[in-house]
Design a binder for this molecule. Structure first.
Ligand SMILES: NC(=O)c1ccc[n+]([C@@H]2O[C@H](COP(=O)([O-])OP(=O)(O)OC[C@H]3O[C@@H](n4cnc5c(N)ncnc54)[C@H](O)[C@@H]3O)[C@@H](O)[C@H]2O)c1
Length: 266
């Protein structure tokens, strides 16, 4: 099977490495708006090479988007129009109802699939399972060290990375607003919203905490089924502290599920 990876940053590199050593993968095509990133990966991994988009779509079975919300808007509709399946990491892009419904519609009409991995959290399978049985509350508390936030986001609260000595709540509200205010940080809120109660009912609290070195996502779910408490304490990527290692591992595992005959934890 041949795949196209859009985005050769922290997650794209981890995925390309995993695909290089997967014997079912023959070719890995790469897209990035920074040619030096493509070159670095194709020099390191023999199966990987630069793609010509959209021509490449006739030679791939799966596209993996791990670039940005903008890249989702730019590439995903074209991928689906060609009937090719796509795994999306920049889930925040799907908070735009019109865009989401448009691409879901294209996928339906073209017989293509959109895969949304669990990313940096655990329990998306369980939340999807209880969705039909009635959920009353989903609350996400995301707690990250200062290095995980853009300077501009901290500046809005009158903060800088060095000035924070105690945990500070940066945001409290619903997922719809959170994904707009923290597009580089809050894919988890978008994934939860899609799996559970939607963007207008999923509660989100974002905290910058100078006393931690991991990205912590604490999720509380209450419904007819009972209650769920889910927590991940993720190590960030050293060269991109906004991204958790688990997000890359989740995407790699999703690709394996798509390729392999046996699927554990559907
Ligand atoms: N679903 C989740 O739980 C989850 C978790 C972490 C990160 N993410 C998302 O995954 C994506 C990748 O994360 P990362 O840490 O690897 O980011 P990164 O910044 O390390 O790498 C992104 C790469 O994509 C490229 N890129 C960005 N926009 C592009 C475009 N329009 N066209 C072509 N190339 C483009 C950049 O040049 C860069 O090389 C981000 O959008 C991030 O928010 C999702």
């Amino acid at each position: 099977m041949n795949v196209l990876v859009i985005g050769c940053g922290a997650i794209g590199t981890a995925i390309t490495r995993a695909l290089q050593y997967n014997e079912k993968i023959k070719k890995i095509y790469l897209v990035d708006n920074k040619p030096e990133y493509i070159q670095a990966l194709s020099e390191k991994f023999p199966k990987a090479k630069k793609a010509d988009f959209p021509d490449v779509l006739s030679d791939v079975k799966l596209v993996i988007e791990c670039a940005s919300q903008k890249a989702v808007e730019q590439y995903v509709p074209v991928v689906l129009e060609h009937g090719v399946d796509v795994l999306i990491l920049s889930i925040g892009a799907l908070a735009d109802d019109e865009f989401r419904e448009r691409i879901f519609g294209i996928a339906e009409n073209k017989g293509a699939r959109i895969y949304i991995p669990s990313g940096a959290i655990a329990g998306v399978d369980a939340i999807s399972a209880v969705k039909g049985a009635g959920i009353y509350e989903i609350t996400l508390e995301t707690r990250k060290p200062p290095s995980a936030f853009e300077d501009s986001v901290l500046a809005e609260k009158g903060l800088s990375k060095d000035s924070i000595v105690e945990p500070v709540v940066l945001f409290e509200g619903f997922a719809r607003e959170a994904v707009k205010k923290f597009p580089k940080n809050i894919n988890v809120a978008a994934t939860l919203s899609l799996a559970g109660m939607g963007f207008d009912k999923t509660r989100v609290r974002i905290i910058v905490d100078p006393k931690i070195s991991t990205n912590i996502h604490h999720i509380f779910v209450k419904g007819d089924f009972g209650e769920m408490v889910l927590e991940t304490r993720n190590k960030p990527f050293p060269h991109n502290p906004k991204t958790s290692y688990l997000a890359a591992l989740s995407a790699i595992s999703a690709v394996k599920k798509i390729i392999d005959a046996v699927w554990i934890g559907v």
